[in-house]
Design a protein around this ligand. Structure first.
Ligand SMILES: *[C@@H]1O[C@H](CO)[C@@H](O)[C@H](O)[C@H]1NC(C)=O
Ligand SMILES: *[C@@H]1O[C@H](CO)[C@@H](O)[C@H](O)[C@H]1NC(C)=O
Ligand SMILES: *[C@@H]1O[C@H](CO)[C@@H](O)[C@H](O)[C@H]1NC(C)=O
Ligand SMILES: *[C@@H]1O[C@H](CO)[C@@H](O)[C@H](O)[C@H]1NC(C)=O
Ligand SMILES: *[C@@H]1O[C@H](CO)[C@@H](O)[C@H](O)[C@H]1NC(C)=O
Ligand SMILES: *[C@@H]1O[C@H](CO)[C@@H](O)[C@H](O)[C@H]1NC(C)=O
Ligand SMILES: *[C@@H]1O[C@H](CO)[C@@H](O)[C@H](O)[C@H]1NC(C)=O
Ligand SMILES: *[C@@H]1O[C@H](CO)[C@@H](O)[C@H](O)[C@H]1NC(C)=O
Ligand SMILES: *[C@@H]1O[C@H](CO)[C@@H](O)[C@H](O)[C@H]1NC(C)=O
Length: 367
């Protein structure tokens, strides 16, 4: 265990990162419902990842600067004005967020993730690139920037290796857990004094130390950023988000109190749930084919013109493709089609050469 809870340090400049605007504030207006996560999202990024799933993530800045390798998703900034931000298309209504990451090094560079609600309740983890000994936790109620809730927690080299930063958020308390050790606990308090409304997740990298930032922000970020020392890279190895509610499609504000008890939900499979389950549909089709006995495959392959198999693959693949928008899944489905078709052709060729005895097939093989 390399990160330990230690002294909360008194703070002067702490409110610079608060989100101060929202598309529609349910404290003042009747707003659209929030799409729920309603399940667990669990993703480990690798060299075979091609992009953040566009149905689950909206990359609002710097999408072209996300590079995938077996170390994870690298978020890179290299010049004044650069930032990378991804925000979830779904909301969680209490639950846990676990991010395994290596923060970017570099004075004034901030690697961060936040939970943010429509009425501006906010939960943050912020890591200054120039401070190899501490990370910052913070929160806001109703976007009130007069609140000073930031605290610093000793952490051994957040820019030098990956650490497990977990937020555990319930109706009773809010915890920041670093490598398995609870670094901070905030007990429940009334609406406005404790984050308690459905929140989306945002993560990214930006330069609080850019010379264009206000003085207070530069100071908070740990000093001016020297771009000649870039590029600066944050590496996110994995993200796991568990919504406390399951089988939930959406959340809504029942009134304008911003109290958790006013939040209503609709049950059913969320869009995120459907999206996450589609991925396994591709796998299950592939498994279905490869798990068929040789006899069954021959049976299929020998069917007149291969019609049966083409119907079998075609129908399932078509259904998947039809409902899918991400490039990555599309590519996977295309590849699946090619592989299955190639395999069919191989069987048919071998059959044509008489490699399979007729007696080995056609006797009760079912699929
Ligand atoms: C709500 O509206 C009032 C006045 O219309 C405004 O002063 C206040 O800032 C608004 N509050 C929020 C949270 O938007
Ligand atoms: C999360 O994903 C990782 C890697 O894909 C896997 O090893 C792990 O079991 C998953 N955890 C859960 C709870 O699904
Ligand atoms: C993505 O973010 C942009 C900028 O905030 C916004 O205009 C757009 O509506 C968002 N798209 C989705 C699908 O959330
Ligand atoms: C790191 O942060 C801690 C807590 O705010 C502060 O005491 C320390 O001076 C900082 N170190 C550097 C190098 O900025
Ligand atoms: C914002 O927080 C400050 C400090 O806790 C408090 O004095 C003030 O009343 C709050 N403002 C609102 C609008 O709740
Ligand atoms: C989160 O907190 C709840 C309630 O205290 C506890 O039961 C649960 O084990 C915690 N989860 C994690 C990941 O620490
Ligand atoms: C990360 O920390 C949380 C909280 O302690 C823990 O539940 C989880 O298992 C850890 N994840 C990994 C991959 O070790
Ligand atoms: C920024 O802060 C520095 C040191 O705290 C101070 O000398 C300088 O005048 C400030 N600049 C502005 C524009 O406020
Ligand atoms: C999910 O919610 C739907 C709609 O209320 C319900 O019909 C279904 O039985 C629920 N499924 C589970 C697994 O609870």
């Amino acid at each position: 265990m390399s990160c330990l809870i230690l002294l909360p340090v008194a703070l002067l400049v702490a409110s610079v990162a608060a989100q101060t605007s929202t598309d529609c504030n349910p404290l003042n207006a009747t707003c659209p419902i929030d799409a729920a996560l309603g399940t667990t999202y669990n993703s480990t990024f690798s060299a075979s990842t091609t992009e953040l799933n566009t149905d689950l993530w909206n990359v609002t800045a710097g999408g072209e600067a996300i590079q995938f390798s077996d170390n994870g998703a690298a978020l890179v900034i290299s010049a004044s004005g650069d930032s990378v931000t991804a925000q979830s298309t779904f909301y969680m209504n209490f639950g846990t967020v676990e991010i395994i990451m290596q923060a970017a090094a570099g004075q004034g560079i901030i690697s961060t993730f936040n939970l943010l609600s429509d009425d501006l309740d906010e939960i943050d983890l912020e890591i200054m690139g120039g401070n190899e000994s501490y990370v910052e936790s913070n929160w806001y109620g109703h976007g009130n920037t007069s609140q000073f809730n930031a605290k610093y927690h000793a952490c051994d080299g957040p820019q030098l290796k990956t650490h497990n930063y977990t937020i555990n958020w319930t109706k009773e308390q809010l915890e920041w857990i670093i490598d398995g050790t609870v670094a901070r606990t905030v007990p429940y308090a009334a609406s406005g004094l404790y984050p308690q409304t459905p929140s989306m997740l945002k993560f990214g990298i930006w330069a609080g130390g850019d010379s264009s930032e206000p003085n207070g922000t530069i100071e908070w970020a740990g000093g001016l950023t020297d771009w000649s020392k870039g590029p600066f890279t944050m590496i996110v190895q994995s993200i796991k988000i568990t919504d406390a509610s399951t089988n939930t499609t959406s959340y809504a504000y029942g009134d304008q109190t911003g109290d958790y008890s006013s939040i209503t939900s609709v049950s059913g499979e969320s869009e995120a749930y459907k999206q996450l389950n589609k991925q396994s549909t591709v796998e299950s089709v592939a498994k279905k084919w490869s798990s068929l006995s040789t006899g069954a495959k021959i049976g299929i392959a020998s069917a007149v013109g291969g019609t049966l198999l083409i119907a079998f693959i075609g129908l399932t693949t078509f259904c998947i493709i039809q409902r899918r928008r991400g490039k990555r899944e599309r590519a996977a489905a295309d590849q699946q089609w090619d592989e299955n078709t190639a395999e069919l052709m191989a069987y048919r060729n071998r059959m044509a050469k008489g490699e399979f005895a007729v007696s080995s097939m056609g006797h009760g093989e079912k699929f």
